[in-house]
Ligand binder design. Structure first.
Ligand code: DX5
Ligand code: ZN
Length: 212
């Protein structure tokens, strides 16, 4: 079954607890948390204090997506803040092997993410150590962008190369693009605006989860 991961970036930040409950009650599996540093991507989002504050209000699996230049330096603080999985970018400045090991040493799931221009072959050396791959289907940095179909071939390639690693897809996911991703082999659908803009997200989450 496909897992759904609402991206908190699209929530109403004045009511974070209610927004998280809304997704939990609608059947979300994970909560996707986008951390941006204004350097790796041209935007700032939120950081450690927010992750720490929302940890006690939700039992959802916290799926952190670090869009930051030096993820290795922040593994411990995000682990302490309550992350369940930490995904970082292959294009960041941290050594991938060292960073994956640091995440595993804290007992968390480790993921690597690729920007749209990075070929999937670049992940081959790390596949045996990864729990999760996050394929970006938009340029990272902002919610509400249109899905880039080039992500589909990447998902196909990576699913074939690493059938036991969870493949997650992030950016522009809605009822039209989600089936294309699951057909290609995606296991986890990250969706921000599609889910948080809904009056009642339950139907939308059911639609996404029904895909396999
Ligand atoms: C973009 C983020 C995404 C974003 C997705 O850098 O990684 O998680 O919130 O938003 P939508 O679903 O609106 O494209
Ligand atoms: Zn994300």
């Amino acid at each position: 079954m496909t897992l759904t991961a609402p991206s908190l970036l699209a929530a109403d930040f004045s009511r974070l607890e209610d927004e998280i409950r809304r997704m939990e009650n609608a059947g979300a599996d994970w909560l996707h948390l986008d951390i941006m540093d204004g350097i790796f991507v041209p935007n700032l989002s939120f950081g450690v204090p927010v992750v720490e504050s929302i940890r006690p209000v939700s039992k959802l699996f916290f799926d952190l997506h670090l869009m930051i230049q030096n993820p290795l330096a922040y593994i411990d603080v995000f682990a302490n803040a309550g992350a369940d999985a930490i995904t970082f970018h292959l294009e960041s400045q941290s050594d991938p092997d060292e960073t994956i090991d640091a995440i595993h040493q804290r007992g968390l799931k480790a993921g690597l993410s690729l920007k749209p221009a990075t070929p999937p072959e670049a992940l081959l050396p790390y596949l045996s150590k990864l729990d999760l791959i996050l394929v970006m289907s938009v340029e990272p940095g902002f919610g509400g962008q249109s899905f880039m179909p080039g992500a589909l071939d990447k998902i196909r390639f990576l699913k074939k190369a690493a059938p036991s690693v969870l493949i997650s897809v992030d950016g522009g996911i809605n009822q039209k693009t989600a089936p294309l991703c699951t057909e290609a082999g995606a296991d986890v659908l990250v969706a921000g605006s599609y889910l948080f803009s809904a009056e009642d997200p339950k139907n939308r989450i059911s639609t996404l989860k029904a895909l396999s």
